[in-house]
Every structure is written in structure tokens, then in C-alpha cells.
Design a protein around this ligand. Structure first.
Ligand code: GLU
Length: 469
């Protein structure tokens, strides 16, 4: 499928970008390597048998602390994959100015094969292993959800950590993506999907870029295909639909569906819940393979599941003009070359899906500050706005009513602040990458431009820290 392993592919992209920087080869090598790799085996009683579980935590870099990155539960989890995902975290955090170093964890299990009680035992034991080796903590390494994990697993992790570190006042900050009732932040669940939307919306608003690929500017009316309807895919599709795009194709592991008139995302999800499959959705055409979605007629293709799904074999058949990488590593280096030649714009994973870690950062800050966002200023802002509006109304002799009035008076809730911080982050990152690309037309694609931005930021960090003699 590809000449490169996943980590090999990340290294290849890194090297491609490194030539457009001026860093000392030693610094480049230090940035590239995984600093600490922890592979563990531990026994867990499943039914009346003892199962030996294989798991990992990789800290790719330490140029900032804590390290940050999700934990994946999947049968396909292996060391190479965790290393690649950890490296992507380093670059992702650097691009969006989130002051963390990159890490990732994984447990090689199929979570569907276990009861919630068994999954809890596995997750708690994994957390204990991390604690034993000092691989977790609010100032050390902070996990989060990834493929196959969610709020429930994060709640088990924080509970295990807090009970083994009694009195540690910042214990809640040892993991992000927690339920709101357990120290989570409002807006984290949909953050990655919303970030993907904000990032692509910004790209779609750039006239110069759109002219080059032959699409009109704006989200409205764009035909979008989303591969994978998990947390990231679902929310991405939802936000595009809400903003006037047409979701023409969706896929899950059992197959794919297409409707040129547009699919209603929530209705498809409901249908799948009832029928157990995405297929046979009224009015749509069935496709037998999940990967058939990648070759559907559309303007924007959004792979939102796992790595390596678009490769040298199927890349020539992709019809989209823009590919938005909501997943981590969905394209192989072979696919990258093909798309660069075909003039297809690839908006790269390590910045486009950074919404998750950006809001994780907000959650971590909330945990360290021990106060909900908006608590201090909401009422103050509303009182002030009421006063200002009252003055304007008495000076003009006119009244503002209804929705408009609500909008003006509204003081920020936690979710408003989180979303606004995320929007600002994604817009700034998009512009920064495009600026670097524009200034250096030799750079072949947006991924390489994003790596250049990341390498320069991490390189600056290492250079300013100095190298230990
Ligand atoms: N697993 C997500 C990612 O790949 C989120 C990581 C985090 O929030 O730390 O970016």
C-alpha cells in the first residue's frame, strides 16, 4: 500500500519540509526523534481468564511540558503508529501555539469485545502503569481521548490518578476530554469537528487559493463527503451542513452512502441506530466498501477515521478538489505526490484537526485555575451591556427588541468563550501556514508549509533552551 510505515511517512514529510528551514542538522534530528517510549504488558482478569494486555505511551518531545496527546483503543495499535501519532502531536501543538510537547498512548485491544466493567479494569490498570513510571500528571504528560476512547475512559483515568495522588490539588489536570461533571470543559466534545470546520472555512474564504483550484469562495453549496462518522466525522459533517454545505456522502465501517441532493446527518445517524447500518438510507445509493466514499463525486473530501486510507492506488480516482484531513495521517506520501501533481489542495491533519488539543488546553487551564470560564465576567458584561443599550435607546429614542437585544446583552458562557478561542486559533493558524507557503513558492504543498511552521517553532524552543552540555 505504501513504501513507508506511518512513522516513516511522518519522517518523510518532516525531511521534505526541513530543507526549507535553516536549522542545524543536530536540532532537526532532535526534533524528529521520539524522546521516550514506554511499552508495557500487564495482566487483567477477563471472565475467568487472565489476559495479557499490550499498551504504549510515547513522549515524542520535551521542549515544553507537559506532553500531550490522546489514547487510542484499537486492535491495530502498534509502536510505529503510536510514535507517528505522538510526533504529529508535537507539530500540531506548535502550529496552534498550544504550549505542550507531543505524546500519544495506545492499548492494543478491540474495545467492542469487552464489557464496560472489563474496559474500566484495563483503563485503570493502564493508568497505574503510567503513574508508576511517572508518565502521567498535570505537569508531566496529559492524555486525552482518541480513536476508541471518550469521556468515560477519561473519567476512569482521572479517578485512578486522583486516588493515588491524594491531596494533589491540580490532579484534575492529569487528563483532558473528561465529562463536564468531572472537570471537563463545555465544548470539548465537538471541538475537533468544529476546528476542522473553522480551518476549512478559512481556506474556502481565500479567493486566491480558490481561484487556483477552480472553486467559488465560501462554504455555502459545497458538496462534502465525510469518511467515518465517529466523534470527529459526525461533528465536522454537522457543522458543514449547518453552514449551508451539502453532505453528499457519508461512510462507516459497514459501507458508504451517496445522495447528490444532500444527506441529513442526524437522520443518517438515527437510521444507523435503528437499523444497525448506514446502508439503505432512504433516497441514497449504497456502496459496499467504506473506502468507496473516498472516490465519490464532491468538492471537499474529509477522511475522518484512520490513517493510510488514501494511497498510491486510489489517489488517482479521488474527485474532490480539496481534501481536509480530519483524521491523523489519512494520506500516504504517495498520495501526497499525486495530489500535488493534480493540483488538489490537501489541508493537513497536524493543524486541521488541532481543535481537539486546543480545547484540551482550555480544559487544562480551567483545571489549574479551578474556576469555570465566564463565571467572573458573565453577569458583569450583561449589566454593562444593559446599561450601554439603555443609554443608546434613550439617546436615539428607539428600542431594540427580540433576538437582536438578546445578542447584544448576552454575557459569555463557558461554551461561548471556548468556541471563540478555538475559532481564533484555527483562523490564525490557517493564515500563518498560507503566508509561509505564499512567501516560498518552492514549497510543494500545504502540508510541507505546515511542517515548516512547526519545525521553526519547535526549533526556536530548542535553540532558546540551549542543548544540555
Ligand atoms: N487525540 C486528539 C488528537 O489527535 C486530541 C489530543 C488531546 O486533546 O490531547 O489531536
Amino acid at each position: 500500500m505504501s513504501d513507508y510505515s506511518f512513522f516513516g511517512a511522518v519522517e518523510k514529510s518532516f525531511d521534505k519540509a526541513a530543507q526549507f528551514t535553516t536549522w542545524d542538522p543536530g536540532i532537526l534530528e532532535q526534533i524528529k526523534q521520539c524522546n521516550a517510549v514506554y511499552r508495557m504488558h500487564f495482566p487483567v482478569k477477563i471472565g475467568d481468564k487472565i489476559e495479557v494486555i499490550k499498551a504504549y505511551r510515547v513522549q515524542h518531545s520535551h521542549h515544553k511540558l507537559p506532553c500531550k496527546g490522546g489514547i487510542r483503543f484499537a486492535l491495530s495499535v502498534n509502536l510505529d503508529e503510536v510514535m507517528a501519532l505522538a510526533a504529529l502531536m508535537t507539530y500540531k501543538c506548535a502550529i496552534v501555539n498550544v504550549p505542550f510537547a507531543g505524546a500519544k498512548g495506545g492499548i492494543t485491544i478491540d474495545p467492542k469485545k469487552y464489557t464496560p466493567y472489563e474496559l474500566e479494569k484495563i483503563t485503570r490498570r493502564y493508568t497505574s502503569e503510567l503513574i508508576k513510571k511517572n508518565f502521567i500528571g498535570p505537569g508531566i504528560d496529559v492524555p486525552a481521548p482518541d480513536y476508541g476512547t471518550g469521556e468515560r475512559e477519561m473519567a476512569w483515568i482521572v479517578d485512578t490518578y486522583a486516588s493515588m495522588r491524594p491531596g494533589e490539588i491540580d490532579a484534575l489536570g492529569c487528563v483532558t476530554g473528561k465529562p463536564v461533571t468531572q472537570g471537563g470543559v463545555r465544548g470539548r466534545r465537538e471541538a475537533t469537528g468544529l476546528g476542522v470546520f473553522y480551518g476549512l472555512r478559512e481556506v474556502l474564504s481565500m479567493k486566491e487559493v480558490m481561484d487556483k483550484i477552480g472553486l467559488p469562495v465560501g462554504v455555502e453549496g459545497k458538496r462534502v463527503v465525510v469518511q467515518g462518522l465517529g466523534n470527529v466525522g459526525y461533528h465536522t459533517a454537522k457543522f458543514f451542513q449547518e453552514h449551508g454545505a451539502k453532505i453528499v456522502g457519508l461512510s462507516e465501517w459497514e459501507g458508504a452512502i451517496y445522495d447528490m441532493n444532500g444527506l441529513d446527518v442526524d437522520k443518517v445517524v438515527e437510521h444507523r441506530k435503528v437499523k444497525g447500518s448506514i446502508l439503505n438510507f432512504p433516497g441514497s445509493t449504497n456502496f459496499a466498501k467504506n473506502t468507496d466514499a473516498l472516490e465519490m463525486e464532491c468538492d471537499i473530501l474529509i477522511p475522518a477515521a484512520l490513517e493510510n486510507v488514501v494511497n498510491g492506488t486510489n489517489a488517482p480516482n479521488v474527485k474532490a478538489k480539496i481534501i481536509g484531513e480530519a483524521a491523523n495521517g489519512p494520506l500516504t506520501p504517495e498520495a501526497d505526490e499525486i495530489f500535488a501533481k493534480r493540483g488538489i489542495l490537501v489541508v493537513p491533519d497536524m493543524y486541521l484537526n488541532a481543535g481537539g488539543v486546543t480545547v484540551s488546553y482550555f480544559e487544562w487551564l480551567k483545571n489549574l485555575s479551578h474556576v469555570r470560564y465566564g463565571r467572573m465576567e458573565k453577569r458583569f458584561t450583561e449589566n454593562l451591556n444593559t446599561h450601554i443599550l439603555g443609554q443608546i435607546e434613550s439617546l436615539t429614542g428607539k428600542k431594540v427588541n427580540g433576538k437582536e437585544k438578546e445578542l447584544i446583552l448576552h454575557g459569555p458562557e463557558e461554551v461561548d468563550l471556548v468556541r471563540s478561542g478555538l475559532e481564533e486559533t484555527m483562523i490564525t493558524a490557517t493564515r500563518e501556514i498560507m503566508e509561509v507557503w505564499k512567501k516560498n513558492p518552492q514549497i510543494p504543498d500545504m502540508r510541507t508549509a505546515a511542517y515548516v511552521v512547526a519545525i521553526n517553532k519547535v526549533g526556536t524552543s530548542y535553540a532558546e533552551l540551549g542543548i544540555f552540555p
